[in-house]
Design a protein around this ligand. Structure first.
Ligand code: PMP
Length: 404
């Protein structure tokens, strides 16, 4: 059992009041809050260890380099990568996916196909769409059911010998659906395709095992996993990272440079041009240690309890439509209430101290497929409580009666 009071004490930001009301933070799919352990780790780095990495012979540079590389190793172990060199530090999911979409271009020909799903975040849609525009390849979209589920037989039908790449979210940031990524990877491999998984919503809420999924690439952001903004990871199978050209050029990513020739550095440095976000990497390691300390399975169980309770309470409201009712779901609940605009609800709830999200959640084609322009979304994390759901429901009922 998680000690939620103890957890909440680690997050000073949650102790505040907003508009005179205790903050209820239900916007965790946008970003999670950071525990003191993460904040302290970064602060300790800047107080005692700050130096550029991989460059200096001096003491601080060695301390910073060792800490940075230790973070890489910890993260590799955490997601079951086979080697730390399979972990490329990036700015976040968006950059990780753009990296692959950019350097994969040389493997895509005009007659090829790239398969995505209808529930992708723009970050896992636009880079592939633009790659198709550049190369003449076709973007194939596998549609989710109204419940927000993917039918693996439908998926299989979309795959053929032209499929070069399949890109799919592990968890949808709108519907909460947990996609069967292992099964989809197996099907994609049978068709000879590589697989890119957008793990932005999964990493803090599910055990992630890239060896078991067997995907070629897995992307995630630190800031959605209790770690700082501006740091993220691209996991790539060594075999693929070795084959791909660099994404950006400059310092760090080279082994030797002459005016007529450059030899690129070994993995993962080939993909890490310039000074990296060292404090961010240390913060990410600390956040993963924090999660591991409780056990991600325990966290999932607790978040499931919150989700079931919130879903049950929401369903009692008149005119309520929950968008995304897959059997395998994470604690992301999108909804609309008949006759009331999502934005109006969001604004009134903010006045009552509740932070949630309204809009298309960077998944415009998905939200439009429900005939909507926006939904209200609550997304829960391990520090949220049943009491907060009650406060939220009270505020929601009040807002609905004001708007009706
Ligand atoms: N994919 C999904 C499923 C997301 O929820 C998000 C963030 N909302 C992203 C990608 C993009 O993440 P970031 O902005 O951290 O790059």
């Amino acid at each position: 059992m998680l000690d939620i009071n103890q957890i909440r004490n680690d997050f000073p930001i949650l102790q505040q009041t907003v508009n005179g009301k205790p903050l209820v933070y239900f916007d965790n799919a946008a970003t999670t809050q950071k525990p003191m352990q993460v904040i302290d780790r970064m602060s300790r780095y800047y107080k005692n260890e700050n130096s550029n990495v991989h460059r200096g012979v001096h003491y601080l540079s060695q301390v910073a380099t060792e800490a940075y590389e230790a973070s890489r190793t910890y993260i590799a172990n955490y997601i079951h990568a086979s080697d730390p060199s399979e972990i490329v530090f990036t700015r976040g999911t968006t950059e990780s996916i753009n990296l692959v979409a950019s350097v994969f271009e040389s493997f895509i020909k005009e007659e090829d196909e790239i398969v995505i799903t209808s529930m992708e975040h723009h970050s896992n849609l636009v880079p592939w769409q633009q790659l198709c525009f550049r190369t003449g390849a076709r973007l194939v979209v596998v549609k989710a059911s109204v419940d927000g589920e993917l039918d693996t037989r439908e998926f299989e039908k979309a795959l053929n010998d032209k499929t070069r790449l399949v890109a799919i979210a592990h968890i949808s940031n709108v519907l909460g659906t947990i996609n069967p990524v292992k099964e989809i990877t197996r099907l994609a491999h049978a068709a000879g395709s590589v697989v890119v998984i957008d793990g932005a919503q999964a990493i803090a809420h599910l055990p992630v095992n890239v060896a078991d999924i067997d995907c070629e690439f897995y992307a995630f952001s630190g800031h959605k996993t209790y770690a700082p903004m501006g740091i993220g990871v691209l996991y790539g199978k060594k075999k693929w990272l070795e084959k791909l050209s660099p994404y950006q050029y400059g310092g760090e990513m080279i082994e030797s440079v002459r005016f007529d020739k450059t030899i690129f550095n070994s993995l993962p440095y080939k993909f890490e041009a310039g000074t990296p976000n060292v404090a961010g990497a240390l913060g990410l390691e600390e956040a993963m240690r924090y999660i591991a300390g409780f056990g991600v399975d325990e966290i999932k169980q607790y978040e499931d309890k919150l989700m079931d309770y919130a879903t049950g309470e929401l369903k009692k409201l008149e005119g309520m439509q929950i968008i995304g009712t897959a059997k395998q779901k994470a604690a992301v609940i999108s909804f609309v209430i008949e006759g009331i605009h999502a934005y109006d609800l969001g604004t009134l709830l903010d006045k009552m101290g509740v932070a949630l999200r309204t809009g298309n959640h960077c998944a415009q084609p998905l939200v439009e497929s429900y005939g909507l322009t926006s939904t209200v979304r609550i997304s829960l994390a391990m520090y949220n409580t049943l009491e907060e759901i009650d406060i939220f429901m009270g505020a929601l009922q009040k807002a609905v009666s004001m708007l009706r």
